[in-house]
Design a protein around this ligand. Structure first.
Ligand SMILES: Cc1cc2nc3c(=O)[nH]c(=O)nc-3n(C[C@H](O)[C@H](O)[C@H](O)COP(=O)(O)O)c2cc1C
Length: 383
């Protein structure tokens, strides 16, 4: 028995295995609506055997988009295309999951293939104008980036409600797991970090306040029967930033508010650009010990992520209790069938039983034919 391919149950969510497709933005939404691209993109991972498939960071309000191509759930019309994706994932055997996000001062970026810099006049000419961005404090991401407007206390309180409203829409769309994006230097992380939160009101006196209020508001809308994930960047890796010990305390407080799983990321730091010379590896390999400590300290389930390529390594993290779930990102873009291939590589399944039933017979015949061909070649080369 492998752990990676043991079914996983949390609250009322049942996943066929512990392979999770990490949220990955496609920058292909139109007015915040998911498109047919997304349907095909996500279906591949479910058909490829993943247990849980996360839809990308989906904006809780329009100002919080990363790019003009972000998907959103800030209005009811955006629910229908996401409901279609949730259904496509479900009929292909995966748990439909979605991440909600707000990028704060990192809003208004170019799409990845346009450079990922701040939107400029050339983008405006193409119809993708910059928009005013908001943050806890009026500190730009770096030189050349817009100075965000600092929200007053009432505006921050209103923002908390946008998370709750988006969570309700995610539920209505049929998702069965929800993740709050609290990492990567985005809005929640901006409230948490002393580097970006220099407020004097209650959202500054207690830098956790915004995150805790979001957790409570989301939990009120998200059914008790379904799990809530929370993504963190493990530490700020910048002088004066959030350190690991504080993160452990925060996670205990989030657990008390109904968070079930911590998704241990490290990327996209708070410091902005340039990064003051400090960095943390994006690879789980270098963070697995920290993830295990967080698991111990917080009592939360842990999702590990970061350059998981090799199935045996993923299995080892689970066996060593450094994680309960393994998220795969770029490797799944390279090979959307990563999960079924990993299952075969770990010896958990050799007979295509977990491939789509439409394929199984033909894949078995293909394997037999390929085997026969190999034997013929071998016989010829020894003759
Ligand atoms: C194209 C792309 C888009 C991404 N979008 C998101 C996102 O929407 N939300 C998020 O939390 N992380 C996002 N990430 C980070 C991934 O979820 C993952 O944590 C990271 O790629 C490390 O895992 P990997 O080495 O398996 O790719 C993105 C990564 C990629 C490659």
């Amino acid at each position: 028995m492998t752990k990676l391919f043991t079914p996983y149950t949390l609250r009322g969510m049942h996943a066929r295995n512990r392979v999770v497709i990490s949220p990955m933005q496609q920058f292909t939404g139109v007015h915040g609506m998911a498109t047919d691209w997304h349907v095909g993109h996500f279906a591949r991972f479910a058909m490829g055997g993943a247990g849980i498939v996360f839809v990308e960071s989906t904006a809780v309000e329009e100002r919080g988009r990363n790019t003009h191509g972000d998907t959103g759930l800030w209005n009811d019309a955006q629910t229908a295309p996401l409901a279609r994706i949730a259904e496509v994932l479900r009929i292909n055997g995966a748990v439909p999951a979605i991440q909600l996000g707000h990028t704060g001062r990192k809003a208004g970026m170019q799409k990845s293939w346009q450079g990922h810099g701040p939107l400029n006049d050339a983008d405006r000419a193409r119809g993708e104008a910059p928009w005013p961005v908001i943050a806890p404090s009026p500190l730009p991401l770096g030189p050349g980036w817009p100075t965000p407007q600092a929200l007053d206390t009432a505006q921050v309180e209103a923002l908390v409600q946008t998370w709750a409203d988006a969570a309700r829409r995610a539920r209505e769309a049929g998702f069965e797991a929800l993740e709050v994006h609290g990492a990567h230097g985005y809005l929640i992380h901006q409230f948490l970090s002393p580097v970006t939160n220099q407020r004097s009101d209650r959202f500054g006196q207690n830098r956790w306040r915004f995150a805790l209020d979001v957790a409570e508001a989301v939990r009120r809308e998200w059914p008790d029967t379904l799990p809530l994930f929370w993504r963190v960047s493990l530490a700020d890796v910048v002088d004066g930033g959030l350190e690991f010990d504080e993160m452990a305390g925060l996670l205990r407080a989030l657990k008390d508010r109904g968070v079930d799983v911590v998704d241990c990321s490290s990327g996209g730091g708070i410091a902005g650009y340039p990064t003051q010379g400090r960095s943390v590896s994006n690879s789980l390999l270098f963070r697995a010990e920290l993830a295990a400590q967080l698991r111990e300290a917080s009592g939360l389930q842990v999702m590990g992520v970061g350059l998981v390529v090799d199935p045996q390594t993923a299995e080892d993290y689970l066996q060593a209790q450094q994680a309960d779930l393994i998220a795969v990102g770029r490797e799944a873009l390279y090979n959307p069938n990563w999960a079924v291939h990993a299952e075969a590589a770990l010896g958990a399944n050799q007979d295509y039983a977990t491939w789509p039933r439409q394929y199984r017979t033909y894949l078995s015949r293909r394997a037999d034919a390929a085997d026969a061909l190999r034997k013929t070649h071998a016989a010829r080369s020894t003759a």
